[in-house]
Design a protein around this ligand. Sequence first.
Ligand code: SAM
Length: 459
Amino acid sequence: MSAVSSSELVHRYGGNLPRYTSYPTAASFSEAVGPAQAEEWLRALPAEKPVSLYFHVPFCDELCRFCGCNTSVMRHEDGRMAYGDLLREELRRVVALVGTQRPVQHLQFGGGTPSTLPAAALRHIIRSVRSMFQIQPQAELAMELDPRHVPEGYPALLGELGFTRISLGVQDLDERVQDACGRHQSFEQTEACISAVRNAGVSGVNIDLIYGLPYQTEDSIAETARKIASLRPDRLAVFGYAHVPWKQKRQRLIPEDSLPQPAERLAQRARMDAVLRAEGYSPVGLDHYALPQDALVKAADSGVLRRNFQGYTTDSSDVLLGMGASAISMLPDGYTQNITAVAPYARAMADNQCLPVARGVARTEDDRLRGRLIERLMCDMGVDLAQMEAQLDVFEPELAALQPLADDGLIVINGPHIRVTEKGRPFLRNVAAVFDTHRKSLSEPTAGATLQPRFSGAI
Ligand SMILES: C[S@@+](CC[C@H](N)C(=O)[O-])C[C@H]1O[C@@H](n2cnc3c(N)ncnc32)[C@H](O)[C@@H]1O
């Protein structure tokens, strides 16, 4: 094995890659899948099959410059109430196809900032969900919150409605970094938000941090990680900043020369990792950390961790029904995604009785096989190809393509068994990408097309 330097590793493996929260990935979605196909797939769901529910709320109280999500500010409460009505109407249409009283173990509100939904709208939605599904006694009900904008009474409302987990954006505590990101959030705001939800009986707390942001240094990032760890969230996500100004115009306000270079990003990631481990957190997959007694760590240890559009999860359901603008659904036959922007989503809902589906992709048998393999790799940091319900020789080209990664110490190949090393953890997506047969066709540019990466750098 060669002792390859970190800048060489970044050079070799720092290309643009998907996050593998699905396979095929969203880059393969096309308009070939629309409402009729989605309805057929939903009707075909086996009776009694448990489902998970996702509600997407694309509104925020203010927009952060670094944010890669599709968000807007909806000042008028009437507009946010009306959006809540659309979520319920879409749920009603979906239930008309899949039937009522299916068991639900996981329900999530993501965004944007879903607490922009007025309290009355959230109550209506939860009431509808409880009347149409069987929410299991130990179900996880989760919501993303912005600690700077927690509406008065919202923590108590979440407790009253049975929410069990919140997910908070923090990103970084350093003032210069916050200035450049246009997100000013004090440590005290985050602390107050956590206390308020914990006092309301919502015990699960996730925090999002980001490395690779403007002006971040290894030291500043270590300081943020230490302070945030003192709040003892049970889970943390540590994302690499995805700078995609060709797609997200607001990121153009971030000066390019303030961004850490790839080798520095790798060092920041390593420093964050060292601090969180020293604070008692266990790493989970590519970018998560959790307290050792947390269900995410237990799932990882016992080989049942899952990965879906929400990232790493203990959710074992193969079906995720997504409601709202841009929401993605995962079905046994394929993935579907709703119309992205709010106004056309609302128009489509008003104009006809169809589902507001804009695109998607059907899954072939080969996609399912590779999807399972990639999910195990991303969750278990390894995979046994002999257990993959396929003749081993199917993967001969991949085993050959993996050899350079083994030579660089990122993986160990032992017969059909591939294990990702700690050195390889930041490059987990590169290992998964070797098994992604859709990537090749996607990365071949059409003549005359402007070449822009679809994904952000892997580091
Ligand atoms: C959908 S956002 C919701 C955050 C929540 N509304 C808040 O303001 O606290 C979820 C997370 O995505 C991550 N995120 C957003 N833009 C990102 C980017 N460009 N690169 C990496 N992570 C990003 C952030 O960590 C963020 O907390």
